[in-house]
Design a protein around this ligand. Structure first.
Ligand code: F6P
Length: 546
């Protein structure tokens, strides 16, 4: 495929970019009273995505959609839902969308329909959840389970942790969920210090079941349990595994019957829909987990069935190509105005940056244009009192995505009103700012002298013209959350397709793991040589202070 930057349509878009830069967002809105209607798209009855405050025009949108057609995005979407080898560097198919298909769907992989196996595993998850919730599954003292600790990292942590927290109001099964990921005993220690081993269930989640952080935490958790029960048989009552690696699960000491499996065609960061979502189902109930899947499936259908001009994930991806590759804005801020989505930016970082942080294309050649952006964020309104200063007046322009919900599960209507008002206000301030003239008038009205006004005004000018998108949902339900996550999955996929990179491998994380393995030995033996001088020096300092 001709690379993005050499596509004739992209070259034309670059020229258009220079022209478009001459029009501010304020001017765009002044020229077109229908701008909101023109650039906001509804997803069913629950979500509306407003892209009107992006620095684009109908002409830009049309050209971007045409570019997507030129680059055969339709074929790409078809491949995502069919038997494919999109993850060619790992020799794997990419079929996470099969995890949320209805039971009667057919997804053929290597000559076999994978949907029945997916459904069978979902039934096992359902059965297990029911046993835990009803108290049939008990710990080694015969007491019921009150706490579930998920031990996993990356895709085996961020998805379930984010969703479980997001669905806190739905946690009515008498199970508290905890997440341990870090190779820092402080996290495990803090979680275990509040738990009773007799009533705690560990879910060891790891696609490979070799990840050092997870194995180290799981072994420590096992030792903690056995220190309390001193009977090896307790492990079977308190440990289950989620993995694709049966042998490694067995050798950890977890029985096959207590293992929930998934498949190598599910990438780690796309795995919350599979058994990796077990802690979600334990915390909120299997029916809610099914609603999450249903929301994601609805977004899958939207991706497949909607013309690009109205296709939300496609438009979001095209906008990001426009911002990154044409306008040179290489960072994306995501700001959920929802405390329940506290972990969403971290989840999105793995989803997008591990997928699209690539410098080599699908032909093995260096990519000659920018790819994955720096994705970061924080919940509103906390971010407003921390780093939004830079968004409004800094020298770096960061396109923002605001996510808000109209109804809340919590009985604080005033909070909700103020929260939503703040979100709308930030998008407004970013887009329209405040001119020097307005500032001077305000300061004069406050009675400041001309000298004081001249001194202060330049600092108070808000340049505006900073792009943002608002994603508004009626409520943070499991269904809407599933759709929201799938929307970002597909945005990531479409970006990767247009950049012609493999969004499904992650070779860049390997070197650090290998280097750490050797350094772990060096720290154990007190070796302070054999590396570069900086590492040797730090090893010596660590040894001195240990
Ligand atoms: O090191 C990166 C990574 O491979 C992620 O892609 C993955 O989600 C995470 O580690 C955890 O891997 P596993 O589920 O195999 O423990």
């Amino acid at each position: 495929m001709t690379p993005l930057h050499r596509q004739p349509r992209f070259v034309a878009l670059t020229a258009l970019g220079e022209q478009e830069a001459e029009t501010t967002l304020a001017e765009r809105f002044a020229q077109d009273p229908e701008r909101f209607a023109r650039f906001s798209v509804a997803f069913g009855e629950h979500m509306r995505v407003d892209m009107s405050r992006q620095a684009w025009s109908a002409e830009v949108q049309a050209q971007l959609c045409a570019l997507a057609h030129d680059m055969k995005l339709g074929e790409g979407i078809e491949r995502l839902f069919g038997d494919n080898c999109l993850n060619h560097t790992e020799g794997r198919a990419v079929l996470h969308t099969a995890l949320r298909m209805p039971a009667n769907a057919v997804v053929v992989h290597q000559g076999e329909n994978v949907v029945p196996a997916v459904q069978a595993e979902l039934e096992r998850i359902q059965g297990f959840c029911e046993r835990v919730h009803s108290g049939v599954w008990r710990g080694y003292t015969g007491q019921t389970i009150t706490d579930v600790v998920n031990i996993g990292i990356g895709g085996s942590d961020l998805g379930p942790a984010m969703v479980t927290e997001a669905l806190l109001p739905y946690q009515d099964k008498g199970i508290r969920a905890h997440f341990v990921s870090n190779m820092d005993g402080a996290q495990l220690g803090a979680v275990l210090s509040n738990l009773n081993p007799a009533r705690t269930l560990f879910v060891v989640s790891s696609k490979t079941f070799t990840t050092d952080e997870t194995m180290t935490n799981a072994q420590a958790a096992k030792a903690w349990l056995l220190a309390a029960s001193s009977d090896d048989a307790a492990v079977a009552r308190h440990f289950v595994a989620v993995s694709t690696n049966l042998e490694a699960v067995r050798s950890f000491g977890i029985d096959e019957a207590s293992m929930f499996r998934f498949w190598d065609w599910v990438g780690g960061r796309f795995s919350l829909w599979a058994a990796i979502g077990l802690p979600i189902a334990l915390a909120v109930g299997f029916e809610r987990f099914e609603q999450l899947l249903a929301g994601a499936h609805a977004m899958d259908k939207h991706l497949c069935d909607t013309p690009f001009e109205q296709n939300i994930p496609v438009l979001l991806a095209l906008l990001s190509i426009w911002n990154i590759n044409v306008l040179g804005l290489k960072s994306e801020g995501v700001f959920p105005y929802s405390q329940q989505l506290k972990r969403f930016p971290a989840f999105l970082q793995q989803l997008n940056m591990e997928s699209n942080g690539k410098g080599v294309n699908n032909a093995g050649e260096p990519v000659e244009h920018a790819t994955g952006p720096l994705v970061w964020g924080e919940v509103g309104t906390n971010g407003q009192h921390a780093f939004f200063q830079l968004l409004h007046q800094g020298s770096v322009v960061v396109p923002a995505e605001f996510i808000g919900f109209v109804r809340s599960a919590y009985p604080y209507p005033e909070h909700l009103r103020k929260l939503l008002a703040n979100m709308l206000a930030q998008a407004q301030a970013m887009a329209f700012g405040k001119s020097r003239e307005q500032i001077e008038q305000e300061l004069a009205a406050e009675g400041l002298s001309n000298d004081a006004i001249a001194h202060l005004a330049p600092y108070k000018v808000m340049p505006g013209n900073r792009p943002s998108t608002v994603i508004l949902c009626d409520e943070l339900t499991p269904y809407n959350l599933g759709a929201l996550i799938a929307m970002y999955e597909h945005k990531t996929f479409v970006q990767g397709w247009l950049w012609n990179i493999n969004s499904f491998d992650q070779w860049g994380v390997e070197l650090g793991k290998k280097l750490a393995a050797r350094l772990i030995d060096d720290l154990a033996t007190g070796t302070t040589s054999g590396h570069d001088s900086a590492t040797n020096g730090l090893l010596a300092q660590i040894k001195a202070w240990s």
